[in-house]
Design a protein around this ligand. Structure first.
Ligand code: BES
Ligand code: ZN
Length: 600
């Protein structure tokens, strides 16, 4: 299976282990050092190909039993998204290649933050985000999810910093004669390159349980420990459903607010946005989701980004099952119901490009980031829900457990999934399999009509309250509402309600000043659509601080559409916030708001 987003040719030379030695330079905003790659060379010799993007390659050596010598290498043409292939001639007898290099200050996979962009404003901060194909911007690697490697790393930082990685950290930290610090890491399980991760900053750790802890800046770590107190129980729950946790430890790192995602499932060390710290544990499903990737995604991995749904759809399904076991059926049912509504909206919004609503994608020639839509997540999860209902929960759980056990530390593709459904769920019976007509899910658009019926009962009370609010402005009795109840309510507010009605709602329920970012963001969106000026100060401070793309897109989008002055305001705020946003969020918003060549 050739990965359209990687130049690597594992049939000739496959990377199996990485020894990484890097210096972290905050002044120059570079990582520099060597990537020593142990290779598997089935034909004994040939060209080893690595993906790179924006790397400055200083020298390349080959390592044989007898020692090191200069290698012949060639850097291919540079393409905008894929970067440049690094081709190294590997002679017979070679075991490894050693690449000396430096990352660019603009590496899209790294974000270098000023102290002012951190919670404690004391030290600068660095973090990486490699998924989908950004690892190549800070390590030359075979950047395909179908290729797995173990790694060891030695990381040198200035004095006063802590470094963490998606790996086990040595207890011992060495202080070098010049005051710099040296950290050592090892990832003994083979992982795809998109799970290589590093963060460096002023970090503190708080133990939570025998195999869990949280990391964050000192002023944030106690809040994080409170919010994520259930970590150990979360692991136990998923283990009970789908088999043992394969990764020794599970820690969560809470990053500064510019982190472009809710969470990223870096093995042993989930990276998370501080917007999860609602103070009442109401957004922990995101952590359940990232933890669930320890089975779906990190253990059993989509072989190319065309099969992204096998990572994310499976993970959303596992997330909801774990939420159900941990927090109750009605919480899980509300999440399914809200997600279904969102999926319907996404499918409608994507009706001009129906092929993007298929589960199996064709991303060759495109940025794999284009495949990161609600489809992989919610249509994928819904297909598994459909199969659960068809075959019964017990049978389906055994199926999933066997899927993870059989394909552990390996790649999976959509064809394999279909073969498994046919053999294991349909007992090899072709008619039974054909009757499922899975091709409508896999290679067809939208939500097929055999999708499980929508479970409206759990949010009925919201529908009736929002109906009276819309009609008369009657305020809801919302004291004990959960995130999902609020999201439903805010979603169903009529475009014709008056600003006076909304002002009364805000005064009664304190929406603008809430700590739950999910609710605040949705409320601000309602405010923007009604040009409710009283929310604009909060809107502006939210956009200036938070870099999570999921919130930026709808908020800037709503501003840009609501009026000419809304678009002006969007551009004004964006011009000021943009330097603080991550490259991933910037790429999306530049396109959306027409920011080109450094200005509007
Ligand atoms: N792996 C994803 C994040 C990702 C996907 C990064 C594709 C880069 C490319 C992560 O597991 C994720 O899905 N995060 C979600 C939260 C989740 C609860 C849906 C997010 O960040 O919002
Ligand atoms: Zn995910």
């Amino acid at each position: 299976m050739q990965d359209p987003h990687s130049a690597a040719n594992p049939a000739v030379a496959k990377a199996v282990h990485l020894d990484l030695t890097l210096d972290v330079d905050f002044d120059r905003r570079t990582l520099s050092g060597t990537a020593l790659w142990t290779l598997d060379l089935p034909r004994g010799a040939g060209t080893a190909t690595f993906d790179t993007r924006g790397l400055d390659i200083t020298s390349v050596d080959v390592v044989t039993g007898k020692g090191k010598s200069r290698a012949k290498y060639r850097l291919g043409a540079d393409a905008p998204i894929l970067g440049a292939a690094l081709n190294i001639e590997v002679p017979t007898g070679a075991r490894a290649v050693s690449i000396r290099y430096k990352s660019s200050p603009n590496a899209a996979g790294l974000q270098w933050l000023e102290p002012s962009q951190t919670a404690d404003r004391k030290l600068p901060f660095l973090y990486s985000q490699a998924q989908a194909i950004l690892a190549r911007t800070f390590v030359p690697c075979q950047d395909s999810p179908g290729i797995r490697v173990t790694y060891n790393a030695t990381i040198r930082t200035p004095a006063g910093f802590e470094a963490v990685m998606s790996a086990i950290r040595d207890d011992e930290v060495t202080s070098l004669p010049d005051g710099r610090r040296e950290f050592r890491f090892s990832q003994p399980h083979p992982i795809p390159s998109y799970l290589i991760a590093i963060a460096v900053g002023d970090l503190a750790q708080r133990e939570l349980g025998p195999r869990t802890s949280v990391w964050a800046e000192p002023s944030v770590v106690e809040k994080a420990a409170f919010e994520f107190a259930d970590l150990e129980r979360m692991i136990d729950t998923i283990e009970g459903l789908y088999g043992p946790y394969a990764w020794n430890r599970y820690d969560v790192l809470v990053l500064p607010p510019s982190f472009p995602f809710g969470g990223m499932e870096n093995p042993m060390m989930t990276f998370a946005t501080p917007t999860l710290l609602a103070g009442d544990r109401s957004l922990v499903n995101v952590i359940v989701h990232e933890l669930a990737h320890s089975w779906s995604g990190n253990l059993v991995t989509n072989e190319t980004w065309n099969d992204f749904w096998l990572n994310e759809g499976f993970t959303v399904y596992l997330e909801r099952r774990a939420v159900e076991a941990l927090y109750g059926t009605s919480v899980a049912r509300r999440q399914w119901t809200n997600a279904r509504r969102a999926l319907r909206g996404t499918c409608a919004a994507m009706s001009a490009t129906p092929a993007d609503t298929h589960l199996r994608l064709a991303l060759a020639g495109r940025d794999p980031d284009d495949g990161m839509t609600e489809i992989a997540y919610e249509k994928g999860a819904l297909l598994l829900r459909r199969l659960e209902f068809e075959f019964g929960r017990d049978v389906f759980d055994q199926f999933l457990k066997a899927w993870f056990a059989t394909h552990a530390f390996g790649p999976v593709g959509t064809e394999l999934f279909l073969a498994w459904v046919r053999e294991r769920l349909c007992a090899g019976k072709s008619e039974r399999f054909a009757a499922l007509r899975l091709e409508r899910w896999i290679d067809g658009p939208g939500i097929p009509d055999d999708a499980p019926p929508e479970d409206l009962g759990v949010l009925d009370h919201i529908e009736s309250q929002v109906a009276s609010f819309n009609a008369t402005g009657a305020l809801p009795s919302a004291e004990a509402w959960s995130t999902d109840e609020w999201l439903r309510f805010l979603d169903l507010i009529d475009p014709n309600v008056t600003r006076a009605q909304l002002t009364l709602l805000d005064e009664a329920c304190g929406l603008t000043l809430r700590r739950n970012a999910e609710v605040v963001a949705r409320w601000l969106e309602v405010g923007v659509k009604h040009e409710l000026k009283s929310v604009y100060p909060r809107l502006e401070s939210f956009l200036m601080e938070v870099g999570r793309r999921k919130y930026l897109k709808p908020l800037y989008g709503a501003l840009a559409l609501v009026s000419v002055s809304g678009l002006d305001l969007a551009r004004h705020i964006y011009a000021r916030s943009r330097p603080g946003y991550h490259a991933i969020s910037r790429a999306t918003l530049d396109k959306m708001l027409g920011f080109e060549g450094g200005g509007f």
